[in-house]
Design a protein around this ligand. Structure first.
Ligand code: AMP
Length: 434
């Protein structure tokens, strides 16, 4: 019989056996972000639809086709967040963070929602970790963003990823670039997808972002036959060029490997200067692991004072998929203890377990079943040591500690259980710090 309820298409359950990997990846990220001196921010998972329409662009695919837009019972026009920067900038303005300091270094982690066609590496609910520096136009901030981005991947065990980097200048730069791009694409115009033909009119830079396979092939063919893709770097204004040079020099000084990618663009007006991305080809079509860039016009576009910003976001689902492909295995969970009672001592089990839980990962049987069944459950649950409350030993003020691998056991005074467990399990395990 088919099940009546299934998880919505494009979403998935992360079951306990997968959660260890997620917690490990999240803890790794949190560690790096904290050592870089970023503060966590948590914003709502839904916001006014209009906020996202502003930040992602009315004509973008995200807004046109991928938004989980809904009305609440009062008729408010809301949407599940498709990305994190919009909410962070909204909060920055609404909570007047500018009054508390000029430069803010923030990070977030949480679910995002996009109504795309599900496939490997593309979900309708997915998780992003991201960071933002709000309040400074300094090239050093761009350098730190790219370096932090790279160090996160390094902390997850990726080696040899290369960051693709470009400068998208200013809106004026992009106007000139759009003109050159239109010219360059003119010979293949008729053969572009209907969407891209429209993009060519409204915002030609978007054509470079097209996911359509026909478009991609045309772009590649054009680059082969019709001369190289026009380069944004050729049309930069002098200030953006100086900024670009400083970013490159800063990254080189830190030994951060980058490759210039002239096809890396951002179509929206508020994007400025640095843009970067990292891909992992082992993931197939959905190969982008993360990306970011400078958005000096964004906060102003939200109605705030001109405020520069730079940030990135990384898709955690894809990070974990890529790690699976590379067989990177996070460390095992903390060792466990199982407290097993006998008929006469079952009443004592919960209290002893509770006391040991101040330090150890401890479990016991709710149903007071036979000792052999409890020991089987202990094994299945991955326990390393069982604390057996034998009636006789308990009467003498002792318990039996049983090593579940070797089956060796010995009597230990109740007051020494914790010290003995510590010796058997290694140092006191920290449950949260894997
Ligand atoms: P974007 O905001 O589109 O630049 O996305 C940033 C990162 O989030 C991407 O590089 C992906 O790793 C991840 N991502 C975006 N959309 C999805 C999705 N539908 N499913 C899973 N990961 C996604």
């Amino acid at each position: 019989m088919p099940l009546k309820y299934q998880a919505p298409r494009g979403t998935r359950d992360l079951l306990p056996e997968e959660i260890g990997r997620w917690q490990w990846a999240e803890a790794r990220a949190r560690g790096v972000l904290e050592r870089y001196s970023y503060a966590e921010i948590r914003t709502p998972e839904f916001e006014e639809f209009d906020l996202f329409a502003r930040t992602s662009g009315e004509t973008s695919d995200v807004v046109q086709k991928e938004m989980y837009r809904f009305r609440d019972l009062k008729g408010r026009d809301l949407a599940l967040r498709p990305e994190g920067t919009a909410g962070v900038c909204r909060a920055y303005l609404e909570r007047n963070l500018a009054a508390r300091g000029r430069v803010h270094k923030l990070w977030y982690l949480g679910p995002m929602f996009r109504y795309g066609r599900p496939q490997k590496g593309r979900f309708r609910q997915f998780f992003q970790v991201g960071a933002e520096i709000i309040g400074t136009p300094a090239a050093a901030a761009d350098v730190e963003m790219v370096t932090l981005f790279v160090d996160l991947f390094r902390a997850w065990g990726f080696a040899g990823l290369t960051v693709a980097l470009n400068s998208v200048g200013t809106p004026a730069t992009r106007e000139e670039y759009a003109r050159r791009l239109r010219e360059w694409l003119a010979p293949v115009r008729e053969r572009l997808s209907a969407d891209s033909q429209k993009r060519l009119e409204v915002n030609p830079l978007r054509v470079l972002d097209s996911k359509d396979e026909g478009d991609r092939a045309l772009l590649e063919g054009r680059a082969g036959a019709g001369g190289a893709l026009p380069r944004m770097l050729d049309v930069l204004d002098p200030e953006s060029r100086a900024h670009w040079e400083q970013v490159l020099a800063g990254l080189a000084a830190l030994d951060v490997r980058c490759e210039i990618d002239h096809g890396l663009v951002r179509g929206l007006d508020y994007y400025t200067r640095t843009a970067f991305e990292v891909h992992d080809r082992s993931l197939g079509a959905q190969s982008a692991l993360g990306g970011g860039g400078r958005y000096d016009g964004l906060i102003e576009a939200l109605g705030g004072p001109p405020t520069p910003g730079v940030g990135f976001s990384i898709g955690l689902d894809r990070v974990l998929l890529a790690l699976e492909d590379r067989a990177v295995t996070p460390p095992a969970a903390a060792p466990r203890v199982f407290v097993a009672g006998m008929e006469e001592t079952h009443a004592e089990v919960a209290a002893l377990a509770r006391a040991l839980r101040a330090e150890f990962v401890v479990d016991y049987d709710f149903e007071a079943r036979s000792l052999s069944t409890q020991l089987k459950a202990a094994d299945r649950g991955g326990a390393r040591v069982a604390v057996l409350l034998g009636a006789e030993e308990w009467g003498r003020g002792e318990v039996l500690l049983r090593d579940l691998a070797t089956k060796a056991q010995r009597a230990v005074p109740r007051g020494e259980i914790a010290a003995q467990l510590r010796a058997m399990l290694g140092s006191a395990p920290e449950v949260s710090a894997r």
